[in-house]
Design a protein around this ligand. Sequence first.
Ligand code: ADP
Ligand code: MG
Length: 370
Amino acid sequence: MIKTQKNGIMPTGVFTPARTTRRVIPGRIAAMVATLLLLASFFGCVSRPAEPKRYERVFLDVFDTVTTVILYDTGERSAGERFDQLHALLLEYHRLYDIYNAYDGLNNLYTVNQNAGKSPVAVDERILGLIDYAKEMDVLTDGRMNIAMGGVLDLWLQYREAGLNDPGSAALPPMAELEAANAHSKPGSIVVDRAAGTLSITDAQTQIDVGAIGKGYAAQKATEAMEQSGVTSMLLSIGGNVCSIGTRPDGTPWQVGIQDPYSDGNLCVVQVSGRSVVTSGTYERFYTVDGKRYHHIIDPETLLPSTYYDSITVISDDSALADALTTGLFCLPLTQGQALVASLDGVEALWVLPDGTQAQSNGFSAYLVP
Ligand code: ADP
Ligand code: MG
């Protein structure tokens, strides 16, 4: 399932190398140094530090979406190594957080779902970290972003896929089935045991779905790992879940286009340095029943696709938070969502309402490219 890309990475424009500063050295010494430099450079002994160049790579095999990476590096070989390092890391996260496939020798979220109501599963620390964080986000969003809703979300997924395959007989999941599944959507049924290194689902009918947060959490961790290994200028977009390291080499911020929910163009362009930009929209994954669109973000209150907005963008220095919030905010009325965003340091949001009007948090406009 390849999704369309949301937020676009903007063309990086002209690369301007940093200027070297000139030193004043008194007469004769300067002349000697100049002669030496001339000779040295003539014989190829002086190697000037290479200017960083722009490299780009696309991965199609992680998180069922298109991943684009832009990296400024001094050479093709070292850029290639960075890309390979990032790709390997993202593949690891993809496999760990995959709820649809098993992998040889790996206990992932699929394994955990398979063991619901049976036994705790020993899992990688990165799974425990994600689940702990998702539970925090559940509380923060007042239950609107709930990873224990796997049963309800799976019903919607099955009906959506059937409806896309055969639009003539597209139907909605019956409310009775949704309600029955929702009786098993309690986050408390998912138990993280840090000491034992296990994850368990105590209710046999509860299923985990990390579609709302897995990509953002992985993007954040992978970006931090790249930064720790010395990358100073990078832009990563996992299906529009955008993370940045530093600025472009000329010191200008990265520019990220926010998808217009009603056209192929941009709604606006924001600029960020070291921050994340995440957008969720009703236009991403949907199907049509009796001429009406039903999208992929399900309001836990109604068990139906949320109807408050057509798109939400969140800017934050943490991509996991931004990802969880886009989904959670989608299911919160505007005044409540605005209060939540205002309560969070360094978090800004843009809401597009179904009539096309927009609302912004107080500091959002500071990120807009005029
Ligand atoms: P995308 O995955 O397109 O970036 P989101 O981050 O908003 O968009 O995540 C949507 C996905 O999250 C859905 O496909 C589904 O798997 C899951 N999901 C939908 N509604 C909820 C919800 N209220 N709480 C938790 N997960 C949800
Ligand atoms: Mg999300």
